[in-house]
Structure formats: structure tokens, C-alpha cells
Design a protein around this ligand. Structure first.
Ligand SMILES: [Zn+2]
Length: 339
């Protein structure tokens, strides 16, 4: 029975049997197939190895669309995890998503990392890239996956699996690294984006301070070397213009250990601050506004009412006063609305 697939412009392609997404991309054009990182089949993102069923709507995902870049960045996190596994066979893996400008992965490792470790990890990543290892997808029952990750000692993945509701899950293998992941990914490591590891940070498992602290490695990743270089150059330029550096040089303000993130304004900085505030106040007065002042710390009842508590509690700061729960205002508006 022949297979017909529908392209974004409404035209159709015929095959003798359901093609893989990669075969379907080739049928559209060799250049497109070379640029492809994944596909969209009936609205869902899929690997290039996925079969396109009869009647499916099909489109190719390339690095020219945000989803394509995100898939490349996320795949790069797997490559970094594989590199870390080759250097630390005892590593336990947390999660490794794509983020703005790159990716990260969280690990539990036998020793704390330092920035001096990054070149070795990058080197191991480049070796994996040069081997063009496939990203192999397999579907299995949740029970089978639990057994697999238990046997690997990956107790953080076991924890994730235990909380999942799906009966069938997908697991991807890239070299020796096996991950619980929905995908999709680039077809093989040779299609990795241009990358550079940037920094190491501590990160609580699942962002919860009650959980253990993992080590997070951040990397930058862009579809090509030119875009990566441009980003790194922009960061260098931004460093030169860092307000913490300029503020110090101009004797405007300083930062002290006792107040992380809080500027202490010097006489010159205070003069600038007052001039800006006076200008701001005058513009508001001319536009017909009147000023009010609301408290900096308010009862959590208000933050429940405004929805800030439910949505932003992770980024809020709490305190209790006379056995009532208060929070520093995350925004001005609820206080103003109350008034
Ligand atoms: Zn993945």
C-alpha cells in the first residue's frame, strides 16, 4: 500500500511504504535533508529516524527555526553528559535541558569540579562529535525503564520515572550514555552545534533547597561557529561595560560582602541617582501622576491573593513577624491595588 504525506504548502508526496523523516526530507531536496535536524509529523516534533505514516502532515525542522536550534542545544547537553560519563564513570545524572544561548546538565560527581576541568570535558565532547555516534531511540514500558536505570545506579532518573504517569517512556542512547528523554535529538553527534563550555554552578536537585546539591555545567551552543564567536565577542564587550566595573572606576558606588547585589552609593553616585530621580519625578508630575508609597514587606495573604505566591514563591523572600508570614514585595502592583 502506498503512503502519501502532506507538505506545509498542501502538496503531497508518494512513497511505496512509510518513509523515515529523513527519507521524506530527501524526497523534498538533498540540501534540505542535509540541513535537517528533526521533523514535525502531524504537529509533533520527531527524530529524523521516525516513520512518517500515511496521510501525515510533514515538515522538516532545520536550524533556521527556534525549535531546530533548541533541539541542537539539548542534544549538546547529552553529548556533554556522555563526555562527563567517560571521565567520571560514577557520575549520576540529573537533567539537561536547552536554555537561552546554550544548555546545561546537572550531575552528582565524586569530587567538586573547577573551571580547570572544563577543557578536558570539552575535549571529550569533541571526540564524541568526531565519531558521529547516532542518537538511538527506544520505547519501553515504565517498568522496564525503572529496571534499566536502577541497574545503572541512576537513582535520580529512577525518581523521575517513579513520578511519571506515562506507561510507555522513551530512552535515548548516545555512545555509552543512556538517558530518559522525550527527544527529539539530532540524528548523530556529528550534527552537534558549535559549542563552548562556560561555567560551573551548584544547583539543587529539582530546584528545591531541601534536596541535595548537584553540580551544573553550562555551555553555549549555536548552529554554527560564526554565531558562537559573535556571542562570545558580545560577552567580552559586555564585560568591559559591566556596571560593577564602571561604577567602581567612576567612584559612583561599591558592593560589599554584607549586601550581595545591593549597591552602596558614594557621594558622586548619589548625585547621579538624585538627578535621575528628580527628572523621573518631574516627568510624572507633568503627565498628571501623583505619587504613593506602599510597604516593602507585606503579609503573604496579599501574595496569595495576587497569585505571586503560587507562581513565583521560588524567587521570593520570606520572613515572619509576630508569627505572621510576610514576604518582600516581588512587585509593586499588589500594594498599589490594595491602596
Ligand atoms: Zn534528550
Amino acid at each position: 500500500m502506498s503512503t502519501t504525506i502532506v507538505l506545509p504548502d498542501g502538496s503531497t508526496l508518494q512513497f511505496d511504504a512509510p518513509p523515515t523523516a529523513h527519507e521524506a526530507a530527501r524526497a523534498i531536496g538533498e540540501g534540505l535533508a542535509r540541513a535537517a535536524v528533526a521533523a514535525r509529523i502531524d504537529g509533533r516534533l520527531a527524530d529524523l529516524s521516525a516513520l512518517v505514516p500515511d496521510g501525515a502532515r510533514f515538515s522538516v525542522i532545520t536550524p533556521s527555526v527556534p525549535e531546530g536550534v533548541e533541539i541542537m542545544r539539548h542534544s549538546c547537553a547529552h553529548i556533554m553528559a556522555a563526555a562527563v560519563l567517560s571521565l567520571f564513570p560514577e557520575a549520576v545524572f540529573g537533567i539537561g535541558p536547552a536554555i537561552e544561548n546554550g544548555f546545561y546538565y546537572d550531575f552528582e560527581l565524586p569530587r567538586p569540579l573547577s573551571p580547570d576541568d572544563l577543557p578536558a570535558i570539552e575535549k571529550a565532547m569533541r571526540e564524541i562529535v568526531s565519531k558521529k555516534l547516532p542518537f538511538e531511540r527506544s520505547e519501553m514500558s515504565r517498568g522496564e525503564a525503572l529496571e534499566l536505570f536502577r541497574s545503572l545506579g541512576q537513582y535520580l532518573k529512577v525518581e523521575l520515572l517513579e513520578e511519571m504517569e506515562e506507561e510507555t517512556v522513551t530512552v535515548y542512547r548516545c555512545g555509552d550514555f543512556i538517558d530518559l528523554c522525550r527527544g527529539p535529538h539530532i540524528p548523530h553527534t556529528g550534527r552537534a552545534p558549535a559549542f563552548a563550555l562556560s561555567s560551573i554552578a551548584g544547583a539543587y536537585w529539582r530546584g528545591d533547597v531541601r534536596n541535595r546539591m548537584l553540580q551544573r555545567i553550562y555551555g553555549f551552543a549555536f548552529p554554527d561557529k560564526k554565531a558562537l564567536k559573535a556571542h562570545l565577542r558580545m560577552l567580552e564587550e559586555a564585560k568591559k561595560r559591566d556596571h560593577r566595573k564602571i561604577g567602581k572606576e567612576m567612584d559612583l558606588f561599591s558592593f560589599h560582602e554584607e549586601g550581595p547585589g545591593f549597591p552602596f552609593f558614594h557621594p558622586r553616585g548619589t548625585a547621579v541617582l538624585n538627578e535621575i530621580t528628580a527628572y523621573w519625578r518631574e516627568e510624572h508630575r507633568r503627565a498628571g501622576y501623583r505619587e504613593i508609597v506602599t510597604p516593602t514587606v507585606l503579609d503573604c495573604k496579599l501574595w496569595h491573593r495576587s497569585g505571586h505566591y503560587e507562581n513565583y514563591a521560588d524567587n521570593m523572600y520570606f520572613t515572619s513577624v509576630d508569627e505572621r508570614e510576610f514576604a518582600l514585595k516581588p512587585m509593586n502592583c499588589p500594594g498599589a491595588m490594595l491602596l
